[in-house]
Design a protein around this ligand. Structure first.
Ligand SMILES: [Zn+2]
Length: 257
């Protein structure tokens, strides 16, 4: 069953008048399950995690078509991933219904300096917050998936987001996270933001799986681009296997130092 981002991509493709060609991209056949060349397919590696948290991707117009989009990876990993194309003039009723669903507590993930201070939160309540032990709402992380300019536009021109709390990731959280990821630039991709959110929600297996899966995807993507074979027993694949074993055992793997 195709996931939310896959369906959004198919719908977006159906609407385009001319075929989309990724910038500098190759025109060869791609796997429908992972968007990679069949020789570099990673569908067999798709991990499975259970998590209370959900992710709602609001995607800029062209974003679902980009082969490098990492919202796709979130949808692979997090069972409750929802994806909607963003447009200033129209809003999918299904998105409004999702935001109004009482099982979820939506958070717009965005830098706090762009929101009124009373909306901004930096942490999430523990899963059991009420005294009678009733389960708290499940966190739903709304990620604005696009360029920085597109994300700002989505944030300021979506009235249905205005009443929601804004989860602002703290610089310390970001730099702590970066310490574990050597050799990367300052830019955070969407699946890294999702991993950080999962960490705040106490969903460490989901966090670690997203990290490991992104590394595997990056490997497959770059090897395909450079026409090199996959190294199946390299660090990235090994880490993903470890995390998955622990998921099955119901424990958490220590983070890579
Ligand atoms: Zn594939």
């Amino acid at each position: 069953m195709p996931h939310a981002v896959s369906l959004l991509r198919a719908a977006r493709l159906a609407r385009s008048a001319k075929p989309f060609l990724a910038r500098g991209g190759f025109k060869r056949e791609r796997c429908a399950g992972c968007r990679l060349l069949p020789s570099h397919c990673m569908c067999a590696l798709r991990p499975l995690v259970t998590t209370r948290a959900g992710v709602c991707l609001l995607m800029a117009d062209i974003e679902p078509l980009k082969p490098s989009n990492t919202g796709w990876l979130i949808a692979d990993v997090v069972p409750d991933t929802f994806a909607f194309g963003w447009a200033r003039t129209e809003t999918d009723p299904a998105l409004l219904a999702l935001l109004a669903d009482p099982q979820w507590q939506p958070y717009v993930v965005f830098p706090g300096q762009y929101a009124a201070p009373e909306r901004v939160v930096h942490t999430l309540p523990p899963p059991l917050e009420s005294l009678d032990g009733a389960t708290a709402k499940r966190p739903l992380f709304i990620l604005l998936d696009g360029t920085w300019g597109e994300a700002r536009k989505m944030f300021s021109r979506s009235p249905y987001l205005d009443a929601l709390p804004v989860l602002s990731l703290e610089p310390e959280q970001i730099s702590q996270y970066k310490l574990r990821r050597s050799g990367r630039d300052d830019h955070f991709c969407t699946s890294e933001v999702a991993a950080l959110c999962m960490s705040l929600a106490g969903e460490h297996v989901a966090e670690q799986t997203l990290e490991a899966y992104l590394a595997v995807f990056t490997h497959h993507y770059l090897r395909a681009k450079n026409q090199q074979p996959i190294v199946w027993d390299g660090d990235a694949h090994q880490r993903l296997r470890e995390v998955q074993c622990q998921e099955q055992a119901g424990a958490t793997v220590p983070a890579v130092p």
